[in-house]
Design a binder for this molecule. Sequence first.
Ligand code: F6P
Length: 319
Amino acid sequence: MRRLGLLTSGGDASGMNAAIRAVVRKGIHHGFEVWGIKHGFEGLMNGELAKMSLGSVGDIIQKGGTILYTSRSERFKTAEGQAAALEVLASHQIDSLVVIGGDGSFRGALELGKKGINVAGVPGTIDNDIGGTDFTIGFDTAINTVINAVDKIRDTATSHERTYVVEVMGRHAGDIALWAGLADGAESILIPEAAFDLDELVARLKRGIARGKRHSIILVAEGAGSGPEIARQIQDKTGLETRVTILGHIQRGGAPTAFDRVLGSRMGAFAVDLILTNQTGQMTALRHNQLIGVPIEAALQSPRQFDLSLYDLASILAI
Ligand code: F6P
């Protein structure tokens, strides 16, 4: 009987549990023994493994986070760390591994792939910043969290006729700010992929006020700049009463949306298909609502293209 290992790594994302459930149940369906590895690559090096059963993944599809826990491991980046991980896999006779995580996690998976482990990646990160796939697990839940928060902020912004800067996650990618900003009708969206001019932003705010706007919402991706600093500059330049909210880690938790539960389930099951057919080094990817396998190496080399048309649309509609 083939043994399949499974871990989650990097920042958690809602819908990872749906993917875990799918890997375990589809794996068992195809005759694998599935071994869950706790705390990502850190736990793999430390031998934190346990055999999973159909029942061990019951009652988790609706939960945020990851029941396998996660970590960002520095030790695993070293040759000594990778050798320790390979030893643990060999001692448990595990020849295949599904890694659920973001780009850092996939780099780790590739290292094990080069050393003979049959690896498959499942993209799970709220940032939606993995090349080759239209969506990553957790993104949809995160933008819905942002939308709910901004809807509430809008109520008080209207009542007080204030300007609000809301900082959202996204170190290198602006998709959370872009999608949530479009869905929220934000006046301006600042993202790392597009340069912005503060004077232009200020002029835009003033134009809005001149045509009767009672408040303004500006969404800032953390990778585009500091929310408090941008709020301070706007207040200085306009004299408008400006407040700032940093949404932070609430964007990473909470019950996954239907979309993330379905995406997690589909991608987890497809990862087992990739392992079954010995397509090592591939990542599950959603393209035009179809699941396909994409070489992890190629996905890492071509960062996800940000959608300029959405950015332009948001700008036109928020005038
Ligand atoms: O996983 C992605 C992410 O949520 C980024 O958007 C954010 O910058 C980062 O993780 C935060 O990481 P940590 O939880 O380790 O502070």
